[in-house]
Design a protein around this ligand. Structure first.
Ligand code: R5P
Length: 307
């Protein structure tokens, strides 16, 4: 097997290659003055099973194009099979039409990806449950929830009755119920998020207890454990945490798979009422975006185990 890496997340690629005891195959990449890029494989791939690892986070379009060019070079150079590992799949939040006249950007990206003759795609924690159905090629959908569950057990050790799982929105209910199952039925609630589709502005002002039997009185002095698929601007998590603190939670922990960290999210998270933010390495967090409350857990072993 030969492993290649796009430029988005070399640290994760190295960690995966290390788990497999393999050396990364080099790629020569040249960017022309006009921004176009040229890819040249520097390893023989004839009749080889090949793997490309590329997260399509910021810069999203550039990372997708780089991935497509590497896949094309592999196919043209005689690779037997192509596996694309896309730990963070860009455009996944535009998985349907929200307002008339919009494109379904994710479908466009998947169609382009499949036109590169990939045999298999490996992704982590997709935004919605229907996304796997968009793929015509075999898809392996991994989840960081079991990894997070182990950390939550440590946080809740000796006081599990004091911990409550929280989804920041209704889109995360499936996720929170899965996490509750992994944690022997830990109670869960959700904050109610409204987003203005034109401006993107978020509002989080109430809690939905569903039929859990919990009420405001049960939150005082407890540990809130917020679970989300990604943090981008940080708006969702910071506003949800603020409401939870106002409702009486003592400590607030956040677990989110994809550290997209756009804008000034790192500073907002650090300055927020949140005690600690756990993410994974599906997206590389650059040095300047690392902050003291952040802890990064690695999904490299989980991915390597699938190869
Ligand atoms: C939304 O439905 C997602 O699950 C995340 O909550 C959201 O994308 C996070 O974005 P931001 O950090 O910009 O609020």
């Amino acid at each position: 097997m030969k492993i290649f890496s796009g430029s988005s997340n070399p640290e994760l690629t190295d960690a995966i290659a290390n788990h497999l005891g393999l050396k990364l195959s080099p790629i020569e990449q040249f960017v022309f003055p006009d921004g176009e890029r040229r890819i040249k494989l520097q390893d023989d791939v004839v009749d080889q099973d090949t793997v490309v690892i590329q997260s399509t986070a910021t810069p999203v379009d550039q990372n997708y194009v780089e991935l497509f060019l590497i896949l094309d070079a592999l196919k043209r150079s005689g690779a037997r099979t192509l596996t694309a590992i896309i730990p963070y799949l860009g455009y996944q939040r535009q998985d349907h039409i929200f307002r008339d006249g919009e494109s379904v950007s994710l479908q466009v990206m998947i169609r382009l990806l499949e036109s590169m003759h990939v045999d298999r795609v490996i992704v982590l924690d997709l935004h919605s449950i229907k996304i796997p159905e968009f793929f015509k090629v075999p898809l392996v959908h991994l989840s960081a929830l079991p990894l997070f569950a182990e950390e939550i057990k440590k946080l809740a050790r000796g006081s599990a009755e004091k911990a409550i799982l929280v989804s920041p929105d209704m889109g995360g209910l499936r996720r929170i119920k899965e996490m509750s199952e992994l944690l022997d039925g830990m109670p869960w609630i959700a904050t109610v998020k409204d987003r203005d589709l034109d401006t993107g502005k978020i509002n989080i002002e109430t809690i939905d207890y569903f039929d859990t039997g919990l009420s405001d009185a049960d939150l005082k002095g407890k540990k809130a454990i917020l679970i989300d698929d990604m943090i981008s601007s940080g708006g969702t998590i910071v506003l949800a945490a603020k409401l939870l603190k106002e409702k009486g939670f003592n400590e607030i922990y956040v677990f989110a798979t994809h550290a997209v960290f756009s804008d000034h999210s790192s500073a907002h998270l650090q300055e927020s009422v949140i005690d600690k933010v756990f993410v994974t390495d599906t997206v590389l967090v650059p040095e300047e975006k690392i902050f003291p409350k952040l802890e990064v857990l690695s999904v490299s072993k989980m991915i390597a185990d699938k190869l």
